[in-house]
Design a protein around this ligand. Structure first.
Ligand SMILES: [Ca+2]
Ligand SMILES: [Ca+2]
Ligand SMILES: [Ca+2]
Length: 520
């Protein structure tokens, strides 16, 4: 009863499969049929192996990791121009201004001394994309991430420093110094230059710093711009600037600092403009022996105090916003300062000003308001008055600047798209304080709640083009929005693998069999 299978409820789909018929019908053609099957299978297997080989040796299947892999390296010590060698971690360059020596791509752990120490060199060099870390943090005077002394034309850019119990980057007695675009986390004194000329410290980010964010000591021709220091303590000064002659301090941000936002001591011919000092637990500003300088268009907000101590005089303070700070004082003055630009340009905005604005004109005696308080604000005595205090803020709170990137703008319905909004910025708030929410389709309906996380993944359910949109919100509730367009395809044909040739081979066998069966 097993010969036709019917007793088991099975009906053979092809009668030629019954064993009783195969010998008589197929035997005369068997060699040709077997040969044909072997041939087809062989061709398919060769095709499969060839494709597999190409996929393994050709373009990598997975996308390259963003950036590059750093390689562990022991600490690097260079004591002369001839020390820029491969053994010392130098990866390129000739030492000229156009083609500096490059030390790049390393991870260096600092357990004592320096991660990189360069002394007495004159050739141009750049330390780039190096990660220097230390496990312990804390305080140590003789620990350095990068230490450069008595050298010229050195640059540290796009490096990361973490947990260095001492100085992250320290230049001393150097000419032409550049500290550019680095990240510092939990480094005791993050970045500083002492006794140097031509110093540029720009675009660095400092956080969790226990003592000092950005520092200058006895340097001339300095440019300190676009640096952010935030969330630092317990004994932190955001910007500690001492002994500067001829300097620009522009568009820096110090926020959520435990002690002092910015100190400037013994300095002259400094332009301090468009900086913000926000939310310090103690002093916002501490200026002493600060003379012949300009302090304009800055925001000092939510600090306990701001004060000027023993000023050098002859400074001009104008168009600053002094907001929600409980006290200010000025003492031991050597010379008066200017606190306004005259009428009608005016002076500064003081949030604690209690005067009114009913009159206008240089003497504030013409009926009608003009946006300037009718009575001067006395800083400390009759020589230091803001004659024209402003009734409203000079610098309106700036909305954030949303930024959005994606590694892949094309994929299919199985793709996990990654979106990154960490390059968003805000004049007042560090990026970690900015909120983000997401709209996957760009249909105006937000698909997530507000979150401080700014790297997200999303998988689209159906093919199409999507304007993925992120909205960034700052601490003041101001927002900005940006989008990227992604294209989502149907799921792609599975890769040519072992299953496909097997299926094709089986089909081929049946096709060949059928052809032979049809022949008389
Ligand atoms: Ca007025
Ligand atoms: Ca803002
Ligand atoms: Ca939506």
């Amino acid at each position: 009863m097993l010969d036709d299978g019917k007793d088991f409820g099975l009906t053979p789909r092809h009668s030629f499969e019954t064993s009783s018929r195969i010998p008589t019908r197929s035997f005369p053609h068997a060699p040709r049929r077997v040969a044909a099957v072997i041939l087809i299978t062989a061709v398919l297997m060769i095709l499969f192996l060839q494709l597999r080989s190409e996929s393994e040796t050709g373009e990598p299947k997975s996308p390259e990791v963003a950036g590059f892999m750093r390689v562990a390296h022991s600490p690097i010590f260079i004591y002369s121009d001839s020390g820029f060698t491969e053994e010392n971690g130098t990866t390129g360059g000739s030492g000229s201004a156009e083609d500096p020596f490059v030390i790049s791509g390393w991870t260096i752990n600092v357990s004592w001394g320096e991660g990189i120490f360069i002394y007495g060199t004159t050739k141009s060099f750049v330390i780039r994309d190096v990660l220097i870390d230390s496990e312990d943090g804390g305080f140590s005077w003789d620990r350095y991430g990068v230490r450069v002394e008595g050298a010229k034309n050195g640059r540290v850019e796009n490096c990361s420093f973490s947990g260095v119990a001492g100085s992250g980057v320290h230049f001393r007695d150097c000419e032409n110094v550049m500290i550019d675009g680095n990240h510092f986390t939990n480094c005791t004194w993050s970045a500083w230059a002492r006794e140097c000329t031509n110093v540029t410290i720009v675009g660095n980010e400092v956080t969790k710093c226990p003592a000092m964010g950005i520092g200058i000591g006895a340097c001339s021709n300095c440019n300190i711009s676009h640096n952010e220091v935030w969330d630092c303590g317990p004994d932190a000064v955001g910007f500690s600037l001492w002994g500067m002659e001829n300097a620009t301090v522009y568009s820096n941000n110090a926020s959520y600092i435990s002690q002092i936002g910015m100190t400037i001591d013994l300095s002259s011919h400094v332009r301090v403009t468009r900086n913000s000092v926000i939310c310090t637990e103690y002093w916002g500003l501490q200026f002493s022996r600060f003379g012949n300088s300009t302090f304009a268009d800055n925001i000092v907000a939510n600090t306990c105090y701001w004060y000027w101590l023993s000023t050098g005089g002859n400074c001009t303070y104008y168009h600053n916003d002094f907001i929600n700070s409980s006290d200010y004082s000025r003492s031991f003055l050597s010379a008066p300062d200017e606190w306004d630009l005259g009428y009608p340009q005016g002076g500064n905005y003081w949030s604690n000003y209690i005067g009114s604005d009913d009159f206008s004109g240089p003497d504030q005696d013409i009926p009608g308001p003009d946006g300037i308080g009718d009575i001067p604000i006395v800083i400390d005595d009759e020589h230091n008055l803001d004659h024209y205090p402003l009734m409203s803020r000079c610098a309106p709170l700036a909305p954030p600047n949303a930024s959005l990137q994606t590694e892949d703008d094309t994929g299919n319905i199985t793709t996990q798209f990654t979106f990154d909004a960490w390059n968003s910025t805000d004049d007042e708030d560090p990026v970690v304080w900015l909120d983000a929410r997401w709209d996957w389709q760009g249909d105006g309906i937000w698909d997530t709640d507000w979150t401080r996380e700014k790297t997200v993944t999303h998988q689209f359910q159906s093919p199409g083009q999507y304007n993925v949109t992120v909205q960034i919100r700052d601490d003041d509730g101001l927002t900005s929005t940006t989008s990227v367009r992604v294209t989502v395809h149907e799921v792609e044909i599975p890769e040519f693998n072992a299953v496909l040739p097997l299926i094709l081979s089986i089909m081929a066998v049946f096709v060949v069999e059928l052809q032979f069966r049809k022949r008389p």
